[in-house]
Design a protein around this ligand. Structure first.
Ligand SMILES: CCC(=O)NCCS(=O)(=O)O
Length: 349
């Protein structure tokens, strides 16, 4: 699309890629994660009913999905506004907001947040995981899904004239369902027409990222303009990680700030600490992938906001960057991860 080529599309319109600055490629500012509620363990009901108190903070950090109130990030919009102002003060410029259809995308609030804070916000087109697909969505053809995704980028999403600047996060589980596969194919078709960035939420299985790349590629997608999210909880073996990295997507470590022992969506997973995440980034840099790494916090529950005792959207800038610099990642490489790589990914071809 000639109007979009060479530009980045924010919720306030097209901008020059050099305006973005430091960019978190995977966050949420307003959404609901009720689709992924996990009932609390017996005896924990009191904490789950009344979560935002000092004495429940650690429980909530360990069990963020077992409390209905905690899944409603959209209730904290005013705190998110303050956090975005703090993010700008900490040197942040842009946030990619990954909320897609199925988890309560709110385009008008995103536009208002961008106006109020001066942070560039890029909204996501498309669909989250199968459990959030409506019966109507499941019945749609790939062509219809493609038309809808393209329209969200060209005309605006959810009945507004506010346009998405990226496709995703496109949700998939494991195994990938028929409906998710159609959405992936539609994503690839839309990307082929628009030359736009794509971002994927893979299922929680180490084979998922490569399988998704295969489906996208077969449908004509551009893997070099695609981010694979959540690698921190998906691929653990260094050899397998390098094999996946070779396929050419951006490699996203986006759960910075998440410290959780018993990961309820896959109990076999040992969620890494932030120190371990930095170690993996240093490994990928040493192996020559500094042009392919992007990072974020993927804030999607309320306990992760500073107002509720969490780390907030500035944690990477304030705490992780200094750590990276002490672990063999140079300032030049940090700038690639935070500025150059997101900029190249987000620019329409
Ligand atoms: C909507 C937010 C989201 O999907 N986050 C990913 C959580 S996890 O799959 O890594 O647990």
């Amino acid at each position: 699309m000639s109007e979009l080529r060479g530009k980045v599309q924010t919720v306030l319109g097209l901008v020059d890629p050099d305006q973005l600055g430091r960019t978190m490629t995977h966050e949420h500012l307003t959404m609901s994660f009720e689709c992924c509620y996990v009932p609390p363990a017996a005896g924990d009901e009191a904490a789950a009913e009344d979560p935002f108190h000092m004495q429940h903070m650690h429980w909530l950090q360990q069990n963020p999905y077992s409390c209905h109130a905690n899944l409603q990030l959209k209730k904290d919009i005013s705190a998110v506004r303050d956090e975005l102002l703090a993010y700008r003060k900490a040197g942040g410029g842009t946030i990619v907001e990954n909320t897609t259809t199925g988890i309560d995308r709110d385009m008008s609030s995103l536009r208002q947040l961008a106006k109020d804070t001066g942070v560039h916000i890029i909204a996501g087109a498309g669909y989250y995981v199968d459990i959030t697909h409506t019966e109507a969505t499941k019945k749609m053809s790939v062509e219809k899904l493609t038309d809808i995704i393209i329209s969200e980028v060209i005309h605006g999403a959810d009945g507004t004239d506010i346009r998405c600047g990226v496709i995703g996060e496109i949700g998939t589980g494991w195994p990938i369902t028929d409906s998710e596969k159609k959405v992936l194919q539609a994503t690839a078709h839309a990307q082929a027409q628009l030359g736009c960035p794509v971002i994927i939420h893979p299922g929680r299985n180490r084979a998922a990222p490569a399988e998704i790349v295969r489906i996208l590629q077969e449908a004509g997608g551009d893997i070099s303009k695609t981010v694979m999210s959540h690698l921190d909880r998906t691929i653990f073996d260094e050899g397998e990680l390098l094999e996946f990295a070779n396929l050419g997507s951006y490699l996203e470590y986006d759960l910075f700030g998440t410290e959780m022992l018993n990961y309820p969506f896959n109990l076999e997973v040992d969620m890494p600490s932030d120190s371990q995440r930095v170690k993996i980034l240093a490994f990928l840099v040493k192996e020559g992938y500094e042009d392919k790494i992007v990072v974020a916090h993927d804030i999607h529950t309320r306990n992760r906001l500073t107002i509720n005792g969490g780390h907030g959207y500035s944690h990477i800038l304030k705490n992780i960057v200094p750590k990276m610099l002490t672990r063999g990642i140079s300032q030049h490489q940090v700038d690639k991860i935070l500025i150059e790589n997101p900029k190249h990914w987000l620019t329409f071809k």
